[in-house]
Design a protein around this ligand. Structure first.
Ligand code: NAD
Ligand code: IPM
Ligand code: MN
Length: 369
């Protein structure tokens, strides 16, 4: 098998702290003879601004384009709040999504049994929950034109962003969601605001037509985004796969994270379209950010980053067994009562980032190193 090229982009804040733990799992994969990766590491976000003046540089984008997969940490922090808007650390992730064509952001929200009581929702509401949010990630209001802040002749200022979706953009992300639904419980909920936005109306019409033409076996329903937020809190188990635009997907996935206990638990995969040889660009990252409030203290939960690595093995290298081993190790660690502060409950042991990484490695060794 050809050498698998992995690019690690730890970023800022807790990014490097949680990446260090994922890196130890990568080392374990090599040590146990499961998989060897050709590893490279680069700067993004504020770290890149400090070194180069820019949140991401062209050579880093080139390396990401050449890699088989990218593992991303998190970017941003109050130190860089005074940067010009188009030079903020967050540009790094937006630029990577855009340049690599990563239009489908898969954000699974499974509930680990051991964490049922860590959710602020009642156990009977979240038990057995397993939602997959497919968030469009290279379009919508994040990228639509016109945008900017302009000053009118009378001195009034106007901030502008534009929500735009074309049929091909909607179809390709909806296809990813329909395919996933087919392999899961066969249900897809498409979310927009077709009642107030034309882009939402086009979204609904396009998904409906695609479903009728190509996925009659998938049970498709539609929901307005505001109602979806409410339904996620009220009865989240009604959902199997959700497909939605860039901004609604961002909001709804942070909401969904609390069903599972913590933002520090949820991984994501952002995928591009396969080329003729079946290769596609892919980036894996936790859905959380750089958590400036706990950065540098060794308190961050590294499990979202470690689970992002499991997704990477699953989606980019078809290493199902190794991905399952990592997920099982995480599940066992949680079952044993180990908790970082974000998922702490009565009677569990509060530990830091490194100790959580140690515990995962111990479980991996038990599962067969
Ligand atoms: P955040 O996700 O960084 O933090 C929100 C809250 O969740 C904080 O209280 C934080 O301590 C907690 N949290 C997040 N991850 C955690 C973990 N692994 N373990 C324990 N607790 C965790 O969101 P924010 O505070 O709104 O944003 C901070 C910075 O991160 C901003 O600059 C923002 O733009 C950036 N951000 C980056 C990404 C990314 O790189 N993909 C994603 C979201 C936010
Ligand atoms: C995320 C983040 C990013 C987004 C920011 C940092 C650009 O919130 O990955 O969820 O809004 O997409
Ligand atoms: Mn977000």
């Amino acid at each position: 098998i050809a050498n698998r090229k992995l690019l690690l982009l730890p970023g800022d804040g807790i990014g490097p702290e949680v990446m260090a733990e994922a890196r130890r799992v990568i080392d374990w994969l090599a040590r146990s003879g499961r998989a060897r990766f050709e590893l490279a590491e680069d700067l993004v976000g504020g770290a890149s601004i400090e070194a180069t003046g820019k949140p991401i540089t062209e050579p880093v984008i080139e390396r990401a384009l050449e890699a088989d997969a990218v593992l991303f940490g998190a970017v941003g922090g109050p130190q860089w709040d005074s940067q010009p808007f188009d030079n903020r650390p967050e540009i790094a992730i937006l630029e990577l999504r855009k340049r690599l064509g990563l239009f489908a952001n898969l954000r699974p929200a499974p509930v680990f049994d051991a964490l049922i009581d860590a959710s602020p929702l009642k156990p009977e509401i979240v038990r057995g929950l397993d939602i997959m949010i497919v968030r469009e990630s290279t379009g919508g209001i994040y990228f639509g034109e016109p945008r900017g802040i302009e000053t009118l002749p009378d001195g009034t200022k106007r901030g502008i962003n534009t929500e735009v979706y074309t049929t091909p953009e909607i179809e390709r992300v909806a296809r990813v969601a329909f395919e996933l639904a087919r392999k899961r419980q066969g249900r897809l909920t498409s979310v927009e605001k077709a009642n107030v936005m034309e882009s939402g109306l086009l979204w609904r019409q396009t998904v409906t037509a695609l479903g009728a033409a190509e996925y009659p076996d998938v049970q498709l329903s539609h929901m307005y985004a505001d109602n979806c937020a409410m339904q996620l809190a009220k009865n989240p188990r009604q959902f199997d796969v959700i497909v939605t635009g860039n901004l609604f997907g961002d909001l709804l996935s942070d909401l969904a994270s609390m069903l599972t206990g913590s933002l520090g638990m949820l991984p994501s995969a952002t995928l591009g379209a396969p080329d003729a040889a079946g290769r596609r660009h892919a980036l894996y990252e936790p859905i959380h950010g750089s958590a400036p409030d706990i950065a540098g203290k060794g308190l961050a939960n590294p499990l979202a980053q470690i689970l992002s690595l499991a997704m990477l093995l699953r989606y980019s290298f078809d290493m199902q067994e190794d991905a399952a081993a990592i997920e099982a190790a995480v599940s066992n660690v949680l079952a044993s009562g180990m908790r970082t502060a974000d998922i702490e409950q009565k009677g569990t042991a509060r530990i830091g980032t490194r100790t959580m990484g140690d515990a995962v490695l111990r479980e991996l060794d038990k599962l067969g190193g």
